[in-house]
Design a protein around this ligand. Structure first.
Ligand code: FE2
Length: 387
């Protein structure tokens, strides 16, 4: 339920370009009733329609992986903002980006990062929940629990989290230097050299320790985390798949999403197995990966890109979806929009949203195209206007 009001009985949106899952209606209308889409039509709208002035209507976006709350909770390195105030500001930015279903990323299992955000994950999760229950939020917030598989406390932490709170997606990450995202160990060293005061010798020792932890803990932790997800019917995501062996493991885990594969081969194998391949929308907008791995647009060109995630810039989702068809002629606008709506919803096993079709949730975004930049004008969540 949105912040503005309970959904009005009926709202009609007319004189709009409408992006369906498989085609575009150049001029059409949508009737929203009791929080659902009641009807979608072509041509003149029924009486009483709001005039969309030729703007584009797309389904509310589904964002599976964002840590943007962090920017609101910890806006400066040593500043912690009021938790509820942070959550409300974050939610407003998410809604204004056209996102009506957001998976807030919360990380369990320590890595090298010790900071205010990671120290307050559980209380932030509870704050989001409290805000949602009190109807203070504009969009639906779900939880994406990111599990760092090789950290010693990850199984205990994930078990405790799941015993106390709802989780809607679990990803299994392994950032051990020398594999996956950091297959090239020099990349890992570059990444850490910029962030640490460790000497070269200390860094080398740290690498060896991380690799030993991987050998010791990965097989057992991996199995336990998969069991935990399955026992609660939580969809599983793999992370940074690099080799065919990585993909085979994620197939046997029953994963429905592959986050940020680092190679063309891994993406192709996941896509062929029906696992939705997700890449960062900023990567599309900026034209490449900031970590030097495979680019999202390369996968799009290969036809193996299924889902985009805004990652660290909420507005990138919409920008990327409108940019892709311009960059890559073989991709249609409905196809690109599916990457930020229907495909993402399906990867998270949500079948009641992600498309402008009668019977689904009335999550609708009015987009004005200003030259090539899509501008969010209005957002309806379950039929209620929230932006
Ligand atoms: Fe990663």
């Amino acid at each position: 339920m949105g912040i503005m009001s309970d959904h009005p009985t009926e709202t009609i949106l007319g004189n709009a370009e409408i992006i369906l899952a498989d085609r575009v209606i150049e001029r059409g209308w949508i009737v929203m009733s009791d929080g659902l889409i009641a009807e979608v039509g072509e041509g003149d709208a029924p009486r009483g329609a709001l005039d969309m002035a030729g703007d584009t209507l797309i389904p509310g976006l589904v964002e599976l992986h964002t840590d943007h709350l962090e920017a609101h909770f910890s806006p400066r390195p040593k500043v912690q903002w009021h938790p509820l105030s942070s959550v409300i500001a974050y939610d407003a930015q998410i809604a204004a980006s056209g996102i009506t279903t957001v998976f807030d990323s919360l990380r369990v299992g320590q890595d090298s990062r010790k900071d205010a955000f990671n120290d307050n994950l559980e209380s932030l999760a509870d704050t989001i929940h409290e805000a949602q229950q009190s109807k203070l939020l504009r969009v639906e917030h779900l939880t994406h629990l990111r599990c760092e598989v090789c950290s010693p406390d990850v199984v205990d932490k994930a078990t405790r989290f799941l015993a106390q709170r709802a989780v809607h997606l679990m990803s299994l990450m392994d950032h051990t230097p020398g594999i996956r995202q950091f297959r090239d160990i020099e990349k890992w060293l570059d990444y850490y050299r910029g962030k640490t005061t460790m000497t070269e010798a200390q860094l080398q020792k740290f690498v060896e320790e991380r690799q030993a932890l991987n050998r010791e803990l990965e097989p057992l932790h991996h199995r336990k985390l998969v069991e935990l997800a399955r026992s609660r019917n939580v969809p599983i995501a793999s992370h940074d798949d690099t080799t065919i062996a990585n993909v085979e493991e994620s197939i046997s885990d029953g994963a429905t999403l592959a986050e940020f594969p680092t190679t063309i081969e891994a993406a192709a194998a996941s896509h062929a197995a029906g696992i939705k391949v997700m890449m960062g929308a900023p990567n599309v907008v900026r034209g490449g990966s900031h970590s030097g791995n495979v680019a999202a647009s390369d996968l799009a060109r290969e036809g193996t890109l299924d889902v985009l995630s805004s990652d660290y810039v909420p507005g990138s989702l919409l920008m990327a979806a409108f940019q892709l068809p311009a960059d890559i002629p073989s991709i249609t606008l409905p196809q690109a929009v599916r990457m930020i709506t229907k495909n993402a919803a399906e990867a998270a096993k949500l079948h009641d949203r992600g498309e402008l079709r009668a019977g689904l949730r009335a999550d609708v975004v009015r987009v004005h195209r200003h030259d090539s930049i899509p501008v969010v004008r209005t957002v309806w969540h379950q039929g209620a206007r929230v932006v």
